[in-house]
Design a protein. Structure first.
Length: 202
């Protein structure tokens, strides 16, 4: 039997959702609702299969951007991510034209200074951990955990090591239109997606 703890919330109260696996018996959704953490325990859905080693080895390969960092580049190459003066990671730089979603490995070995995105970012950690600083709070995302970041959420990332392997899903809000229509009513995650992720303002 599952236990659910939740209260009414204002749609504008979310900056991020952090999903983590507490144990083999339960999973936990930990949500930051206007500074208050709420926990939703869900019934066990079965064991999570370990990631195939072949795929993990592929994701561990040093990218061209990472190689430049290892060769001495001390700062993030902002031209790869943004066109403006402010460090807002631009979907036009990250997604091919006409695409609503793309996937790339998280860049390791360097500190990402405070920045924002004009899209939704979902970070999944395959191995090791990735440390975010969000609103001054340290959020360590570990193996098998997810972090949903809303548009224009200010955050920074501490340098990840060679064995800290993560995948970034970069998603335009329009992607969630169909997903929301399939989730049904009275679904907290669906409400989050439709009420918050479709914000167009910075």
């Amino acid at each position: 039997m599952s236990a659910i703890i939740r209260k009414k919330f204002q749609p504008g109260g979310f900056n991020f959702i952090y999903l983590r696996r507490l144990s083999e018996k339960n999973e936990s959704y930990i949500m930051r609702l206007k500074g208050v953490w709420k926990i939703i325990l869900l019934r066990k859905t079965g064991k999570v299969k370990p990631m195939q080693q072949e795929l993990l080895d592929h994701l561990k390969k040093i990218t061209e951007e990472e190689q430049k960092i290892l060769e001495g580049s001390a700062e993030v190459d902002k031209e790869l991510y943004t066109s403006g003066r402010d460090f807002i990671v631009d979907s036009r730089k990250m997604l091919d034209e006409g695409k609503l979603i793309t996937v790339r490995t998280h860049t390791r070995f360097i500190h990402f200074p405070v920045h924002r995105h004009n899209f939704i970012e979902v970070l999944y950690v395959c191995d090791g951990s990735v440390t975010n600083i969000i609103d001054g709070k340290k959020v360590v995302v570990g193996k098998g955990e997810l972090l949903f970041l809303n548009q224009y959420t200010r955050h920074e990332l501490l340098p990840a090591g060679e064995n800290d392997i993560a995948i970034n899903f970069m998603v335009l809000p329009e992607f969630f239109d169909v997903a929301y229509s399939m989730t049904g009513n009275d679904n907290m995650l669906a409400d989050f997606l439709v009420n918050v992720l479709r914000q167009d303002e910075e």
